[in-house]
Design a protein around this ligand. Structure first.
Ligand code: NAD
Ligand code: MG
Length: 337
């Protein structure tokens, strides 16, 4: 453990692998996170069974990877640790199915806190409820593990019935490679609320609306949509890569002084802090969660409309044509050098 950060961070050195050694893990779902967790656990010598419905098309992939697969209910019955790696919107249904298979002292583990934090899943009091959430998509969790490295992960304990929830969760984090990079302590509430706020205000919502507004401003003023696309969308990646590697100063140091002065003096004008506060309030008071749960129950009518509008935006049509000009590297998903 280190005191370099504001919250405890755990590494391989302070984790005891025997806390998971004799346990069986049921990994429910074999998508982005599921396939990576299951294969890393298996390579680390942990007993794994993947849980998927008989009709699931993901079953072939599990068999091709040489892992056992059972129905979610049967997988959970055999397991000491049940990991929910199906989409957040289907987790309550899957939970209903596996709940009878949770014995006293078992663990129900998540990679995102939504369903626990907003009360969509209410586990019995005699099971541990934990979270190990890699801070990266599954293919990187798998790829870095195979290289002998790992991706940072989050650890949270919602319910500690056995008194051993944290030690076991840390051993799990170690077995999927996260403790090689660092396992950061948080809570279900903090992980859920910061995650949802971030994707709405900054990452997915904020950034696409910023791009569209910039694109529309230029196009409405009579500039070529192709130029607007390059300036407002394509070049975003170069800037974000610099920020990712070196923070804001790394980026400012790499762009021209003109870009730096203009950016430092003008950027703030496009930011609406009150709007951000409102977004956070809707996340904290559960309003967004209720809206999204209702939307799913109604079979997603608004979701479909918003997606269609996004699809119809001019930036999509121009972008699709312009992206054909680039040679793409299949492996990395980036433009080839
Ligand atoms: P995914 O959509 O990639 O995969 C879902 C898997 O669940 C698929 O294998 C699918 O076949 C299976 N599935 C669907 N319905 C099912 C059912 N009824 N019963 C059993 N299996 C079913 O999901 P994901 O992105 O890996 O997300 C899993 C969890 O991990 C979520 O809680 C998510 O918030 C969290 N998470 C994801 C990421 C990420 O980068 N993708 C990162 C951190 C945490
Ligand atoms: Mg069990």
């Amino acid at each position: 453990m280190t005191d370099k950060f504001t919250t405890p961070v755990h590494y391989d050195d302070d984790i005891d692998a025997t806390n998971i050694e004799d346990k069986t893990v049921a990994v429910l779902g074999y998508g982005s996170q599921g396939h990576a967790h299951a294969q890393n656990l298996d390579d680390s010598g942990v007993d794994v069974v993947v849980g998927l419905p008989k009709s699931s098309s993901s079953r072939q992939a599990v068999e091709a990877d040489g892992l056992p697969v059972a129905t979610p209910r049967n997988a959970a019955s055999d397991a000491d640790i049940v990991v929910m790696l199906v989409p957040d919107t289907v987790q309550p249904d899957v939970y209903e199915d596996i709940e009878p298979a949770l014995d006293a002292g078992d663990t129900l583990q998540f990679a995102h806190g939504f369903n626990i934090h907003y009360g969509q899943i209410e586990p019995p009091e005699d099971v541990d409820v934990t979270m190990i959430a890699p801070k990266s998509p599954g293919h990187l969790v798998r790829r870095t593990y195979k290289r002998g490295e790992g991706t940072p992960g989050l650890l949270a304990i919602y319910q500690d019935a056995t008194g051993e929830a944290q030690q076991e969760a840390l051993a799990y984090a170690q077995a999927i490679g996260c403790a090689r990079a660092g396992v950061i302590e948080t809570t279900f509430r903090e992980e859920t609320e910061t995650d949802i706020f971030g994707e709405q205000a900054v990452l997915c919502g904020g950034v696409t609306d910023l791009v569209k507004a910039g694109f529309e401003t230029l196009v409405d003023a009579g500039y070529a949509p192709e130029m607007a696309y390059f300036e407002c969308l394509n070049e975003l990646k170069l800037i974000v890569d610099l920020m990712y590697e070196g923070g804001h100063m790394g980026m400012w140091n790499s762009v021209s002084d003109t870009a730096e002065y203009g950016g430092l003096t003008r950027g703030e004008e496009v930011i609406n802090r009150e709007g951000m506060d409102e977004i956070l309030e809707g996340v904290q008071n559960g309003e967004f969660a209720r809206e999204w749960i209702n939307e799913n129950q109604a079979n997603r009518p608004a979701y479909r409309q918003y997606r269609q509008a996004e699809q119809n935006h001019q930036v999509e049509e121009v972008g699709a044509r312009l992206r054909e000009l680039f040679a793409w590297d299949e492996e990395s998903g980036e433009t080839a050098d």
